[in-house]
Design a protein around this ligand. Structure first.
Ligand SMILES: [Zn+2]
Length: 91
């Protein structure tokens, strides 16, 4: 029996809700019976496969990637501000 508490996989998965067992964001996955009642916490995996896939796609679950991409962001901010100035002056 695994204890997934504190693992990276578990923490990442908790950032999004689970569509397999309907666990809300921040709540661990559970095993449900045929009537939707909770039988036990999910122990075979950190979370359901769909949830881990969803977590990988969610931008807020990847803080490490933000650090690597900070250099190009300055140019993006610059052009965005220019566009909003243009909109204000257009009246
Ligand atoms: Zn689940």
């Amino acid at each position: 029996m695994h204890d997934w508490a504190g693992t990276r996989e578990r923490l990442d998965a908790l950032a999004v809700p689970c569509r397999d067992c309907n666990a809300a964001a921040g709540e661990p996955c559970v095993v449900r019976d045929g009537k939707g009642r909770i039988e036990k916490p999910l122990e075979a995996f950190p979370a359901h496969t769909h949830r881990m896939n969803d977590a990988r796609k969610a931008p807020e679950s990847r803080p490490a990637a933000t650090d690597a991409g900070e250099t190009p962001a300055a140019g993006v901010n610059q052009s965005t501000r220019d566009e909003s100035d243009e909109m204000k002056g257009g009246q």
